[in-house]
Design a protein. Structure first.
Length: 260
């Protein structure tokens, strides 16, 4: 299947936006058209189990991304990933060498061996309890309160509430056998990613994600770590315009790569 997606702009290079695990492609409303106006062809998609893309069979998210780019006629793309979307971007770059031209990782998860910490473990336990009890409203509220930083306004909170509720509904309705398969990417695989990488962290985020950004900057040969003192876990929603400028600056600094 082809992932649900939107396309804006007709620049020579393709930029693919990958959402976090509590969101869908709507999280990029503040950057989607801004990056197109900066001269890129911009694609945002819903991964399986999010937004408008159902879970219709076993899958590997990174391979779904490759199939979407194939359908769009884009051999290569710069990938921007938020949280879970950042992990998918890393896995895509590792599983499909030569297809990623750059990675911008916003508070990204990653297949790196780091201790999650008690705060994140406690969140996971409470989320599981609420879902098992059938209290999806409370589980949604838990996610909104946990993941958004202090700069998020009421509109951002409501949008995350709608996106997370949609993800729960899609994923809980899917057969267990249709869950995502492991990408099989290791730290050694990440160390071979030889493209420019921007690893962003938020000072108000869970500590492990700050540690992950710093670790990726050490592990990947062309990565740099940019901490944001105002950000929580979802800077694209917390300060949309500032995040758009950050991404446009990074993407604009790259050597032009025409598609395909």
């Amino acid at each position: 299947m082809t992932l649900a997606h939107d396309v804006a702009g007709d620049g020579p290079s393709t930029v693919l936006l990958l959402h976090s695990g509590v969101c869908d492609r709507r999280m990029w409303d503040g950057q989607f058209h801004a990056l197109a106006e900066a001269g890129h062809r911009v694609v945002r998609c819903d991964l399986r189990g999010f937004g408008d893309t159902p879970v219709d069979g076993p899958h590997v998210h990174a391979d779904d991304v490759a199939a979407l780019l194939d359908a769009l006629g884009a051999e290569r793309a710069a990938l921007v990933g938020s949280s879970f979307g950042g992990e998918v971007a890393l896995e895509f770059a590792a599983r499909h060498p030569g297809r990623a031209t750059a990675l911008a990782l916003l508070c990204a998860a990653a297949p790196v061996d780091l201790e999650p910490g008690e705060r994140l473990r406690a969140f996971g336990r409470r989320e599981d309890e609420l879902i098992e009890a059938g209290d999806l409203d409370a589980a949604v509220d838990l996610n909104v309160d946990f993941w958004l930083g202090p700069e998020a306004d009421a509109g951002a909170r409501e949008l995350v509430r709608r996106m997370q509720r949609r993800a729960f509904e899609l994923q809980l309705a899917a057969p267990e056998a249709f869950g995502p398969a492991p990408a099989g990417v290791t730290e050694a695989d990440l160390a071979r990613i030889d493209v420019p990488v921007l690893a962003v962290s938020g000072d108000h985020d869970v500590p492990v994600f700050r540690e992950l950004a710093a670790r990726l900057a050490e592990l990947l040969p062309y990565a740099r770590h940019v901490p944001l003192d105002w950000a929580g876990h979802l800077p694209a929603l917390e300060r949309p315009e500032e995040t758009a400028r950050l991404l446009a600056g990074f993407l604009g600094s790259l050597a032009p790569v025409s598609r395909p």
